[in-house]
Design a protein around this ligand. Structure first.
Ligand code: UD1
Ligand code: CA
Length: 480
């Protein structure tokens, strides 16, 4: 079957989605890194239709603005009054006509709230429609629970006669488990004709797109149904329970593909990925891991448990545990966490380490360099094979501006150092524990920048007589 390029795909997204009970329009709710509408538009775009129109109404500017970001070539058509899926499609056709576009051939109509639909299924629907020479072909599925969906009514010889909405269905029809997915392929000319005959004579007083089936059939045209391979694909999202179910289904699908491509997912139930995440073979995801946006996990790298990576690139064989990373790049074989926070602009070289309770931002850490414990590295460049002592801070902010610091290669800085930016530390430098480095340190130097220690002998016995400390001192300490 050669791929069908429809004359147009129309996506319906004008509804408010009241059942979501949300300030956000329903179609802008997200699952797996895209909005519901974003998923539908991506599947529609893959068909390479000549025209792709989204009908907007509720929060039209917000929805149109989102579309301009995710797919600037999408046209929008306004539906001022939410008077049904019938008028919604009519608005799309009228706006195309107003722009001088004449539709000839197949028009695919999709509800904006069916994010699990694949382009493969859409393509098969359009192909079956054209092969059978139908006026309309509806994508259907047998579902375990048909509540809320329009039911597919067939006559004695099995051909489709009508779609009856839940609210208009009697007992017998409610028992039908074959449902309308809200996805149709229409002949463009016959669609326009049928839409002009749709009435509001139903329980909701709306003009139903679904009535076009019975209208076309009565007019003597061929009406068909194409069952979807997987009923999960056509699940509509009307409330947040269904939103969670759709997210779970899509996530399962993404992990399934990743596993078959060689990724180990220890606990698929607690691992969440976006559609945009990429993996190389032998990546390992431990429980409680969420990967978002343009994240890429290299071959043999291990992420988790309990990590969240956004727009981050993890090199081959790297390990990240209990880590939150955003816009970070982690080099080959690098080690991160447990309990690390890598913020945007963090670049860890090969075999580098950002250890426990370490935060980094706009920081580059060279090959083999380590920041193992309790440190903040902000706006800094650290060379290769340097070790930053525990509890060190790159003091990058003077209250007004951020400044950059540099530490060279093969340095060993002491514990509890403050590097007050802007400051430059050369190569092969040692610094003493507890130093506040405010001046540049030349290569090979030892920098000591701390107060001298003073011991006031006998102070506790004199000033805290009778205390437990004093008694312990009198009994003799390790120095006696
Ligand atoms: C619709 C179908 C139902 C089908 C189900 C599949 C109709 C009458 N019913 O029901 O047969 O089983 O989808 O999920 O078509 N919309 C507009 N303008 C409007 C009304 C709705 O653009 O005036 C859009 C909505 O934003 C939504 C889509 O059309 O994306 C479907 O509307 P919705 O209210 O969710 O219809 P359902 O009750 O789910
Ligand atoms: Ca719906």
């Amino acid at each position: 079957m050669s791929p069908i390029r429809p004359a147009a795909v129309v996506v319906l997204a004008a509804g408010e989605g009241t059942r979501m009970k949300s300030a956000t329009p329903k179609v802008l709710h997200e699952i797996c890194g895209r909005t519901l509408l974003g998923h539908v538009v991506a599947a529609a775009r893959a068909l390479e239709p000549a025209e792709l129109v989204v009908v907007v109404g509720h929060a039209a500017q917000q929805v149109a603005g989102h579309l301009a970001q995710v797919d600037p070539a999408v046209r929008t058509a306004g539906q001022a009054e939410r008077n049904g899926t019938g008028p919604a499609v009519r608005m799309a056709l009228e706006s195309l006509a107003a722009d001088g576009v004449t539709l000839d051939g197949t028009v695919v109509v999709i509800n904006g709230d069916t994010p699990l639909l694949t382009s493969g299924t859409l393509g098969r629907l359009a192909a079956a429609h054209e092969r059978d020479g139908n006026a309309v072909t509806v994508l259907t599925a047998e579902v375990p629970d048909a509540t809320g969906y329009g039911r597919i009514v067939r006559d004695a010889d099995g051909s489709v006669t009508a779609i009856v909405e839940q609210k208009d269905a009697d007992e017998a029809r409610r028992a039908i488990r074959e449902i309308n997915s809200g996805v149709f392929a229409f002949d463009a000319k016959l669609l326009a004709e049928a839409l002009s005959k749709v009435t509001t004579d139903n329980a909701q007083g709306e003009e139903y797109l679904t009535d076009t089936l019975a209208i076309l059939r009565r007019a003597g045209h061929r009406v068909g149904a194409a069952p979807a391979d997987d009923h999960q694909e056509i699940a509509g999202v009307n409330n947040r329970v269904q939103l969670a179910q759709a997210r779970r289904t899509l996530n399962d699908r993404l992990l399934h593909d990743a596993m078959l491509a060689g990724v180990t997912v220890v606990d698929p139930a607690s691992t969440w990925v976006d559609v945009t995440v990429e993996f190389e073979p032998d990546a390992v995801l431990l429980p409680g891991t969420t990967l978002r946006g343009a994240t890429r996990i290299g071959a043999g790298a291990q992420v988790g448990p309990h990590s969240m990576l956004t727009d981050s690139v993890v090199g081959e064989g790297a390990r990240l545990s209990f880590t939150v990373a955003e816009g970070a790049r982690v080099g080959t074989g690098a080690n991160v966490g447990p309990y690390a926070y890598l913020r945007p602009g963090t670049v860890l070289g090969a075999q580098a380490k950002a250890g426990t309770f370490v935060e980094m931002k706009n920081a580059s850490v060279g090959e083999g360099s380590k920041v193992p414990h309790l440190s903040y590295v902000g706006d800094a460049t650290i060379g290769e094979h340097t070790n930053i002592g525990a509890a060190s801070v790159f003091v990058n902010y003077d209250g007004e501006h951020k400044h950059h610091s540099v530490v060279g290669s093969y340095c060993k800085t002491g514990a509890d150092n403050m590097f007050v930016a802007p400051v430059t530390v050369g190569d092969g430098v040692y610094t003493a524990a507890g130093s506040v480095i405010i001046k540049d340190v030349p290569s090979g130097a030892l920098a000591v920048a701390r107060g001298q220690q003073r011991n006031i002998e006998g102070w506790v016995i004199r000033k805290r007589p009778g205390s437990a400390a004093a008694r312990a001192a009198e009994a003799g300490g390790p120095d006696e």
